[in-house]
Design a binder for this molecule. Structure first.
Ligand SMILES: [Zn+2]
Ligand SMILES: [Zn+2]
Length: 225
């Protein structure tokens, strides 16, 4: 049994409906075991440019002064109609986002049907809380290299077991993220492990997931330069 520093690529701060500014969030999570804090605030066509610009300035200003923590300025395309998701993903990359998360078809929100598929077809980096995702979607996610999320958030996490099972069947890639909005929501090394094992991953699968997450975070970091 092994704990790993936290790599959490889906969190919220006050750039959308989270409660902390990036510096306070960064400090708080650094002391609870984070190596990588991925900001991914809720974005629609109007709010996305400001979120990415401010997130980049916070990340580029703070990184190197946070005791080894790396902040990544991503974005979460949220409740955007599926027909617009492809263009939004491209625009997020043009604006300099480190990574693009799409708010998937969670079982606890009325996300438009077709969102999961649009996100995967667009080549988003991460499909968050994908809910009752289909075998076709998982197969395509595996083919396109889109990571599927095991959510540490109450409600969204109800379908983590299905996500893990289908990911194993189609060899799709998984991540553990908090989707945290406030102190108390964010992960610890132990909680990160619990979310993975609670979804049915073996110890070995969890270790492989974490090794993969380290490489993915490094790829995202390279996009900032
Ligand atoms: Zn939110
Ligand atoms: Zn979120």
């Amino acid at each position: 049994m092994k704990d790993f520093p936290v790599i959490d690529l889906h969190t919220h701060c006050l750039l959308s409906d989270g409660v902390l500014c990036p510096a306070e969030l960064g400090r708080r999570v650094a002391v609870q075991g984070y190596a990588v804090l991925g900001l991914a605030d809720h974005a629609d066509p109007g709010t996305m440019p400001g979120i990415i610009k401010t997130g980049r300035e916070s990340a580029l200003g703070l990184n190197g002064h946070m005791g080894g923590l790396t902040i990544l300025p991503g974005v979460e395309i949220t409740h955007v109609p599926p027909a617009l998701i492809g263009d939004m993903v491209k625009k997020a990359r043009d604006l300099g986002a480190s990574h693009v998360v799409v708010h998937g078809e969670s079982v606890v929100e009325p996300v438009a049907p077709g969102t999961n598929l649009a996100a995967i077809e667009a080549g988003a980096d991460i499909l968050a809380h994908p809910g009752l995702l289909t075998e076709k979607e998982v197969a395509l996610a595996a083919e396109r290299g889109v990571y599927l999320e095991l959510s540490g958030r109450g409600g969204h996490g109800l379908s983590n077991g299905l996500t893990a099972n289908l990911a194993r069947k189609y060899q799709a890639k998984l991540l553990v993220n908090s989707d945290g909005h406030a102190p108390g929501d964010y992960l610890t090394p132990e909680r990160q492990r619990t979310v993975a094992l609670g979804a049915g991953l073996s110890e070995e699968e969890f270790e492989a997931l974490m090794e993969e997450a380290v490489g993915l975070a490094e790829t995202f970091k390279q996009r900032l330069v």
